[in-house]
Design a protein around this ligand. Structure first.
Ligand code: URA
Length: 243
């Protein structure tokens, strides 16, 4: 579900501000009924008309981007830094990233213009799993790893149970490579979880998002998701499993 003014703006009717004016002025109908409430939410199955003309729906597109480090995962940046959108110079649709990755995190990020799909992928209640590989300073012991698994008290709440696996340890540089799978998306969650056990993250990569991985791509590459992959992701969100 998306706010009506956002849907109008995305369909190219007008800017979001101008779209709000159109709504308040009673020029917009949803399923044949005039709507003047700005908070109204609509889904892709609702019929929206502006001044008697039905909105033309954009074709939905879905991409998998292997985000490199040093790029911001928003559609614009007030500091003028390079964004994930700059990696899609040819795309006509107004795509946006599904969720976020930090500036310094690399890995899988999905880009789409389908707001309902984005909601399914990001709301923690749908439980899409994201697997990260973290290189951390220090070598966490069993007790610390157990804490990551069972839940860490962060200032914005306790983290849900996670799956954690030690991949390798480098005693010389006092660092470790750890795989961690979570289904929430709190801001800088993985970094804050490792901070809490005294092993700050030095490098972070998201290896997979649901059933899709960076496999076969180099940082900076993108490919269209297949219809099957998109369907699988929806099934994962709706049922918690594939097949
Ligand atoms: N957790 C983080 O700390 N950073 C990310 O980019 C993603 C998850």
């Amino acid at each position: 579900m998306e706010r009506l003014q956002k849907v109008l703006a995305q369909a190219g009717v007008a800017s979001r501000r101008k779209s709000e004016t159109l709504i308040v002025a009673g020029k917009v109908k949803v399923n044949g009924v005039v709507v003047t409430e700005l908070g109204t939410k609509v889904s892709s199955s609702d019929r929206v008309e502006v001044e008697g003309v039905q909105l033309v729906k954009e074709t939905y597109v879905y991409f998998l981007l292997y985000k490199p480090r040093g790029i911001i995962s928003t559609v614009d940046d007030e500091k003028g830094r390079k964004t994930v959108l700059d990696l899609f110079p040819q795309i006509e649709q107004r795509i946006f990233p599904v969720g976020r990755l930090d500036y310094d995190t690399s890995g899988v990020i999905i880009m789409t213009n389908d707001g309902d799909f984005s909601y399914l992928m990001t709301h923690p209640k749908f439980g899409i799993k994201k697997k990260y590989i973290a290189k951390v300073k220090g070598i966490p012991g069993r007790e610390a790893l157990r804490k990551l698994e069972t839940g860490i008290d962060l200032e914005d709440g306790r983290t849900a149970p996670a799956h954690v696996k030690m991949q390798s340890v480098d005693k010389k540089s006092e660092s470790a490579l750890i795989e961690i799978t979570i289904h929430e998306g709190k801001n800088r969650q993985v970094r804050r979880m490792f901070d809490a056990i005294g092993c700050p993250v030095q490098k972070l990569r998201r290896e997979s998002f649901g059933n899709v991985t960076t496999h076969g791509l180099n940082a900076g590459d993108a490919r269209e998701l297949t219809k099957h992959e998109v369907k699988q992701l929806r099934v994962l969100a709706e049922t918690g499993k594939i097949g």
